[in-house]
Design a binder for this molecule. Structure first.
Ligand code: HPA
Length: 236
């Protein structure tokens, strides 16, 4: 399997682990590999979408950037699952809070992904498909988070195609329906995983609030990110 290449991932013989952490930012993937993994080896540089494989507490794990939006994460996760045999895909990202009680730096476990993208049209579902996270990864992450004293919320998240929305009320009805936070990748990740019978989970740190308008600084995000990272790494 290690000699496989795809248009977007060329590992040159470096193995990709069955469990992979997926930040949006490829430089974040590099940071995670260099900070938390033992013996990290780079497996991808195509389009600067850096990926690494190493070990964490003796277990093999990979980490790779996904880029932003369903289209980008859709490509990478499809190739990881179908060409490289990846079985557990854990997105670690940031989101905007859609609820008053979901505060900056809180962690959200995306139990389900709602969306405004057209990504799901390819499956020709005669209705609205709901997209759950892997129950196994979700419960495991929740238990690890509880042990670490993380402030977590578990529920529905919104995967949006649009960051700068022309409609200033676009989030209003998602908020009313109890959606916890907005990000831009979970639907494509969950759909690809479900269609292939593998496991996926989205773990998010709240980086801004669409309720209060508050934002975090990059330095503050780093600290909050570490807690989320620790949960994700323990899933390996
Ligand atoms: N919208 C979409 N994605 C995001 C946001 C947001 O406000 N914050 C972090 N990721």
């Amino acid at each position: 399997m290690t000699n496989v290449q795809t248009p977007h991932i060329k590992p040159n013989g470096v193995e990709i682990a069955e469990t992979i952490l997926l930040p949006g930012d490829p430089l974040r993937a590099k940071f995670i590999a260099e900070t938390f993994l033992e013996n990290p080896v780079c497996f991808n540089e195509v389009r600067g979408m850096l990926g690494y494989t190493g070990t964490y507490k003796g277990k093999k794990i990979s980490v790779m950037g996904t880029g932003m939006g369903p289209g980008s994460i859709g490509i990478y996760t499809y190739e990881l699952i179908h060409f490289f045999g990846v079985k557990n895909l854990i997105r670690i990202g940031t989101c905007g809070s859609l609820q008053e009680n979901v505060k900056l730096y809180d962690i959200i476990l995306g139990m389900a992904s709602s969306t405004n993208t057209n990504y799901l049209h390819q499956y020709n579902i005669p209705g609205q498909l709901s997209l759950p996270a892997s129950f196994e990864l979700l419960t495991k992450a929740h238990n690890i988070g509880l042990e670490k004293g993380a402030k977590m919320h578990v529920g529905n998240i919104l995967c949006s195609d649009i960051f700068y929305n022309a409609d200033k009320d676009a989030m209003k009805n998602w908020m009313k329906m109890g959606v916890l936070g907005v990000e831009m990748e979970s639907t494509a990740l969950y759909a690809n995983a479900i269609a292939a019978g593998v496991n996926a989970l989205t773990i998010l740190t709240v980086s801004d609030s669409l309720v209060t308008g508050e934002e975090t600084t990059p330095e503050e995000r780093q600290t909050a990110f570490t807690k989320m990272m620790e949960i994700a790494l323990e899933l390996a």
